[in-house]
Design a protein around this ligand. Structure first.
Ligand SMILES: [Zn+2]
Length: 282
């Protein structure tokens, strides 16, 4: 059974000691991997790693969290983010590599606000850089891998004015109303281990809303992701996530929709090949 982890960071430092084993054990379980870059170094690194394996691909881009310094990642670790400007020529050169199948991770994030900044101050720069990614995706005829947190209205607005864009809204955690907008614009929605988590006590409705999206979406618009090393699905929650764990997210989708795991795997893999058109797939 082929299963496509369309959003992995198995080339990050969290895998420094055993990256080769992690990738090999994932490939051995039929997992195809899209390694996602988040800034200039991790984008280049994603390609270098992808070059080493059949069934491993790369996407290149600049994550909104790397546009400002003093970034603190609360999910896994704490780090000082670099402040990077989007170098169009640099990323274009990377995107020309045969293993590069997508542009991103790019997008908007108004959730994690660095000290001394307001969302209003951050948005113009994020938008500007996101538009550059769109331009690159259009020029290279590649789909976008989009990160969005607390900024769906702004993102929908930014995408609505565009022509000839395709892509995935990665780690989708919002409700049906937003999902419908992305669907109308032709986008795919990517789901991570987050859908396997139980509802939060303080806000159970959020998870119910997310499950509603998983149930209502046309099966041909769903993609699987791990976002590893982050967001390990149940029953691995709290551990470092790895691409092969993507099966747990597929199982949850099967359960929520009342269909078989094989059907979910087949459909989501076909979806990935349909979106990432640069993959030569026989
Ligand atoms: Zn990611």
């Amino acid at each position: 059974m082929e299963i496509f982890d369309t959003h992995a960071h198995a080339h990050f430092n969290a895998f420094q000691a055993d990256q080769d084993e992690v990738i090999k054990r994932s490939l051995a379980q039929g997992v195809i991997i899209n390694l996602i870059g988040t800034q200039s170094d991790t984008s280049r690194r994603a390609i270098e790693v992808a070059e080493e394996y059949q069934g491993v691909y790369a996407s290149v881009g600049l994550h909104p969290e790397h546009l400002f310094s003093k970034w603190v990642d609360e999910e896994e670790s704490t780090f000082q983010s670099r402040e990077e400007n989007f170098d169009y020529t640099y990323y274009k050169k990377l995107a020309e590599h045969p293993k590069v199948i997508g542009i991103g991770e790019c997008g908007l994030d108004l959730y994690r606000i660095p000290e001394g900044l307001t969302p209003e101050q951050m948005l113009p720069k994020q938008k500007e850089v996101f538009l550059q990614h769109i331009k690159l995706a259009q020029e290279m005829n590649l789909p976008l891998v989009i990160h969005c947190r607390e900024a769906h209205q702004q993102l929908i607005e930014a995408l609505r004015s565009q022509k000839n864009v395709s892509g995935v809204i990665h780690c989708y955690t919002s409700h049906w109303t937003n999902a419908e907008q992305y669907l109308t614009m032709g986008f795919y929605l990517g789901f991570t281990g987050v859908i396997t988590f139980p509802p939060l006590k303080k806000n159970p409705q959020a998870q119910e809303d997310l499950w509603e999206v998983v149930r209502r979406l046309p099966l041909d618009r769903i993609l699987l992701e791990t976002d590893c090393p982050y967001l390990a699905p149940l029953p691995h929650r709290g551990k470092r996530s790895e691409p092969w764990m993507v099966i747990e997210t597929a199982k949850k989708i099967a359960e929520l929709r009342g269909i078989s795991l094989t059907e979910v795997a087949a459909a989501t893999t076909a979806n990935a090949y349909r979106l990432f058109t640069k993959i030569v797939h026989n």
